[in-house]
Write a protein that binds this ligand. Structure first.
Ligand code: PLP
Length: 431
């Protein structure tokens, strides 16, 4: 640690050279105010900033770090891989190994293609759905975020939502003209779109658990209803498991909710903290992808050995020794504890969890959030910001936005949860 450094000073320097001082908008703390902490290092469940402050981390790089920071076998595998060369632009056996693991776990996938980000995975999945169906239009849901491809910014997702931008400048009307936006948990809104555009809809893309407007679970029959509508209308169901994959359930939310995707998008956990994502589907769909088919998609660093090593070692550890079960149980206990503290204080909240994901809404008035429109109506971002800063002061790092999910890792302990709940008790009293 360099003790002359402060978060303020680092942020000042960064702002002069990088837009907003950050390389992804939510990191700038715009929706909670104040100065972002600049990270010096991560260890297990903890972050340490440049000033030497330590925080229990519930962001975990926005999901990938299921084992916590710098997990020994992950670090070893990456170092070992780097010693043999960092990228070849030619195939390696590690790609086949990770592909085999994913295909063996997801019954909806016969083949998988690796890319470098969730954005690339969803963008390619949509191209693939269009290629396979020979149709143009897609349906997405307001408040679902699938990365920053033009056609998917028809309506703002998390980062954009919290920055209060009503639309994204630079995205032309032309590029969103084939994107239809429906309401999450509202099958009727999807039916209406199918009726209005018969024979034109290539697919639906959905977050099986919405994790980019806070955490919103799918209501009974929502996902199976989407499956049915896709089957009735000859469209493909693209399940975006970039966030939920290996976090909501093993292997993903589609298993938990018993719904079969046509195309699955993965990211985050499968790269163990390195830039890896993927899309996969059954054989007849994946045969559209070049070089077998005509749907072109490529990448200089796709499937690179460091990412494959990190993904493989992360998944191997995560799938062993009951780590997922332990972490899910911890997440449940945390959410129950927080709910109890809030209700004791009479604070209006909606706190939920699934697997190792959780969400905390502070509400302006009694109500229930089941979609983006209700999130906008009921959620009190000002109260969240106060809570966030009270927690930060007490060494707990939650997402710096009221509309994001929280993440738990197997490095978190009961003591960390107790510390967090104690801090929350004090924070609630001060709100
Ligand atoms: N899809 C979902 C569900 C996500 O949560 C995200 C990012 O948070 C993405 C896609 C985009 O992934 P990336 O940030 O790797 O481009």
């Amino acid at each position: 640690m360099n003790d002359r450094l402060t978060n303020e000073r680092c942020f000042e320097q960064a702002q002069s050279l990088i837009p907003g001082g950050v390389n992804s908008p939510v990191r700038a703390f715009h929706s909670v105010g104040g100065t972002p902490i600049f990270i010096e290092k991560g260890q297990g469940a903890f972050l340490i900033d440049v000033e030497g402050n330590q925080y229990v981390d519930y962001v975990l790089s926005w999901g990938p770090l299921v084992l916590g920071h710098a997990f020994p076998t992950v670090v070893e595998s990456v170092v070992q891989s780097a010693q043999n060369g960092t990228s070849f632009g030619a195939p390696t056996r590690a790609e086949t190994e990770l592909a085999a693991l994913l295909v063996s776990l997801f019954s909806s996938m016969d083949q998988v293609r690796f890319v470098n980000s969730g954005t690339e995975a969803t963008m390619s999945a949509i191209r693939l759905a269009r290629a396979f169906t020979r149709r143009d239009k897609i349906i997405k849901f307001s408040g679902n975020y699938h990365g920053h491809a033009d056609m998917l910014l028809a309506q703002a997702g998390s980062g954009l939502a919290t920055l209060s931008l009503s639309a994204c400048s630079g995205v032309t009307l032309h590029s969103v003209q084939d994107t239809l936006v429906a309401q999450y948990n509202h099958l009727k809104s999807v039916e209406t779109l199918f009726e209005a555009h018969p024979g034109q809809i290539a697919g639906i893309i959905v977050e099986p658990v919405a994790g980019n407007m806070g955490l919103v679970l799918p209501q009974h029959d929502f996902l199976s209803g989407l499956r049915r509508l896709c089957d009735e209308h000859g469209a493909l169901l693209i399940i975006d498991e970039v966030m939920t994959g290996f976090r909501a359930a093993i292997p993903g939310a589609q298993t938990h909710f018993d719904v079969q995707a046509d195309i699955t998008c993965l990211g985050k956990v499968i790269g163990g903290g390195l830039p890896v994502a993927a899309y996969g589907a059954r054989q007849e769909i994946m045969e559209q992808v070049a070089p077998v088919g005509n749907m072109y998609q490529a990448g200089t660093l796709s499937g690179n050995p460091l990412g494959m090593a990190a993904g493989l070692s992360t998944l191997r550890a995560w799938l062993s020794e009951g780590r997922f079960e332990y972490t899910s149980q911890l997440c449940r206990e945390f959410v129950e504890g927080l709910n109890e503290l809030a209700s004791r204080r009479g604070i209006l909240v909606q706190i939920s969890s699934i697997g190792t994901l959780f969400g905390i809404y502070f509400l302006k008035e009694p109500g229930r959030v089941t979609n983006y429109e209700e999130a906008k109506r009921y959620v009190d971002p000002v109260r969240y910001a106060q809570f966030f800063h009270q927690m930060l002061k007490r060494g707990v790092y939650f997402a710096p936005s009221a509309y994001e999910a929280g993440f738990m890792s197997s490095a978190h302990t009961k003591e960390d949860i107790a510390k967090t709940l104690h801090a929350a008790e004090v924070a609630f009293a001060l709100l």
